[in-house]
Design a protein around this ligand. Structure first.
Ligand SMILES: *[C@@H]1O[C@H](CO)[C@@H](O)[C@H](O)[C@H]1NC(C)=O
Ligand SMILES: *[C@@H]1O[C@H](CO)[C@@H](O)[C@H](O)[C@H]1NC(C)=O
Ligand SMILES: *[C@@H]1O[C@H](CO)[C@@H](O)[C@H](O)[C@H]1NC(C)=O
Length: 601
């Protein structure tokens, strides 16, 4: 769970609610959703032009059941693959935790897709092996270029329903997609869709000049739409420091006539006039810039994060001259560059180490992981093996991304894979996996959880841990008094059935917290024996489990430290969050240069 600072200076756990006081406008859309077995791509056909009526058809939802077949496949003998990358050390322990009857709702889908992804990956690995053993280097070189940095298409034909652009390895923060087009003279609307595990829709309406953004997921259907010009309570909402709607556009009020030319001047899209619109992906959401001016922002929702987007669709009344996507996630070429020895995880002595740091990462975050390897993973304590850092990553729905990750795991020996796809709702299973790693695979006195966009001062952290208790410890930025988010559509939305109480027990914020080994053991045992409940917010979940430890084993020492910064950077930090790869490298350089922890922005 994250805290987001509002523009007005107050901080609240509950600020990402886009729920609005306005009544939900019924979307006049008819859609047919097909969930294709082959390749598990979501195909959506939305006929949005001629329908102004009230009829809304619910898309078909397909239940995902955990099947024994999938589980057996996932946990079948993986020795051969394990030897190669050594990335399946936790995997083999995970089966009992996935088979719980009270599994998290997305477990079925996560496992089903992971089984599919694993099959694809194994076949790619074998193909690559055959290619390299046939001594034809050409073949393997050709197989290498799988995740391009840039894709584009020109003079796009919009008559079909197929995507105008495929994004082979998804998007990442800082990626952008640029559209150059001309709305027809009599255009009523057009729309852009990003399609992946769900749909993100960006609709431009000329009959009533407005922009509508919304998301569709299999689980929740269409969410709450955000409309610009905006009215109501989301007017002040901020995403990556940008407002949801440009203020100038917002001056257009619903009362004004839609044919008012003066008003149309402020609307970013004009019929018959060319536009260049760039959709770019920030840390908290995506943003649209039209002809150089920021127009709209929209926070990410569950299942609609950039890494899950696989294609772009465009439809409606416009001529589309070109679409291009840039700054796409590209892995380093681990094979051709001789790996610098200092970037590879050192081998561990086998005795109990001081600290294990589990970094939660996801498939195509190649750049973030490289930035960490080149920065705080270079601390002497890490290089000497007293502190171990491991990335915990679920499988990706795209097999090329999986293959790249596999190569990365082999090259750096610091990745542990999860037997499920990285859905946000399954994060707390990763937390259990980290506890397994820190107790059974790499036993450590303390276990830390962090994210791949956090910078950790290992030296300062170890210093601080020196005078902390070695048992029954939770250390980090602790929330002692917080309550569940009941706003549907929020990434942190919790139903009454999931957590009936009005408040949570104390928990430490997810970007960085530390527990002692005895608590990690308790977590593993508690889940194996099913005494501990699963809960989708991993950091709150840890707080819930720790409260149970406090009640049944030993009194817990909750140690709060404000030097763990949850959003952004402040000097004299132990940990800062929301740092792009560029900032992570800059922070490291600053530490080398000035030997004090100052921020880069
Ligand atoms: C465009 O706006 C008009 C007026 O609000 C509305 O009736 C119509 O359904 C909208 N069209 C789309 C595609 O949203
Ligand atoms: C932990 O246990 C002690 C009693 O042993 C109790 O006073 C305290 O409130 C508990 N803390 C939490 C967060 O439950
Ligand atoms: C660190 O020092 C080098 C050499 O003096 C300088 O070029 C670089 O800009 C400095 N970096 C930062 C982040 O201050």
């Amino acid at each position: 769970m994250k805290m987001v600072k509002l523009k007005f200076g107050f901080t609240s756990v509950r600020t990402r609610n886009w729920s609005v006081g306005i009544s939900i406008m019924v979307l006049a859309l008819i859609f047919i959703i097909r969930y294709e077995q082959s390749g598990h791509k979501l195909t959506t056909e939305i006929d949005e032009f001629d329908i102004e009526g009230e009829s809304v058809q619910e898309p078909a939802k397909k239940p995902h059941l955990i099947t024994l077949e999938d589980l057996d496949y996932l946990f079948s003998n993986r020795e051969e693959e394990e030897d190669e990358a050594n990335g399946l050390l936790v995997w083999s322990h995970m089966r009992p935790f996935l088979e719980r009857p009270d599994a998290l709702p997305e477990t079925g889908q996560g496992i089903e897709e992971a089984a599919l992804a694993m099959k694809g990956l194994v076949s790619l690995i074998n193909k690559e092996k055959r290619a390299s053993s046939s001594a034809s280097g050409m073949v393997s070189m050709k197989a290498r270029r799988t995740c391009p940095d840039f894709v584009n298409v020109a003079d796009v034909d919009l008559s079909g329903l197929s995507p105008v652009l495929e994004l082979p390895c998804g998007l990442t923060e800082d990626s952008s997609v640029t559209f150059v087009g001309v709305p027809d003279e009599h255009s009523r609307n057009f729309q852009i869709q990003l399609v992946g595990s769900g749909i993100l829709r960006y609709g431009v309406n000329f009959s009533k000049p407005s922009i509508v953004q919304n998301t569709w997921t299999e689980k929740l259907g269409w969410g709450e739409e955000v409309r610009c010009p905006c009215h109501g309570s989301y007017e002040n909402q901020i995403v990556d420091e940008l407002p949801l709607c440009n203020e100038q556009t917002s001056r257009i009020t619903l009362e004004e006539s839609s044919n008012d030319d003066a008003m149309m001047d402020d609307f970013p899209f004009l019929r018959g006039n060319p536009f260049t619109a760039t959709l770019w992906f920030g840390i908290e959401g995506f943003h649209m810039t039209v002809n150089g001016r920021h127009e709209t922002s929209f926070p990410y929702r569950e299942k609609l994060e950039p890494w899950l987007v696989s294609a772009v669709k465009v439809s409606g009344g416009l001529k589309l001259l070109s679409v291009s996507a840039t700054r796409l996630p590209v892995p380093d070429d681990h094979a051709s560059l001789a790996i610098e020895e200092k970037l590879k995880a050192p081998s561990l002595s086998g005795t109990r180490i001081t600290l294990l740091v589990g970094v939660f990462s996801t498939g195509n975050n190649f750049k973030r992981r490289m930035a960490l390897r080149r920065s705080w993973m270079q601390y002497e304590e890490v290089r000497s093996g007293n502190v171990a850092v491991r990335f915990l990553i679920g499988l990706h729905t795209n097999e090329q991304v999986n293959l790249e990750m596999w190569r990365e795991a082999k090259a750096y020996a610091d990745i542990q894979f999860m037997p499920f796809v990285d859905y946000y709702g399954l994060l707390s299973l990763k937390t259990v996996a980290l506890c397994i790693l820190g107790t059974k695979v790499i036993p450590a006195k303390y276990i830390m959880k962090t994210d791949d966009d956090a910078f950790v001062r290992i030296d300062e952290l170890l210093l601080s841990l020196k005078n902390k208790p070695s048992s029954a410890l939770l250390y980090g930025l602790i929330s002692f008094d917080s309550s569940p988010d009941r706003e549907q559509g929020s990434k942190w939305y919790i139903r009454k059935e999931e957590w009936p109480l009005g408040s949570y027990p104390p928990w430490a914020h997810g970007p960085g917290y530390i527990i002692s080994q005895d608590i990690a053991k308790f977590v593993v045992k508690g889940h194996r024996e099913r005494d501990l409940r699963l809960f989708k917010l991993e950091d709150v979940a840890m707080g819930i489990w720790i409260q149970q430890f406090n009640q049944t084993v030993k009194r817990v020492k909750y140690m709060n430290d404000k030097r763990f910064h949850n959003s952004g950077c402040e000097s004299n930090y132990i940990l800062v969050h929301y740092q792009t790869p560029r900032l992570v490298l800059c922070l490291w350089e600053k530490l080398q240069n000035e030997s004090q922890s100052v921020c880069c922005e």
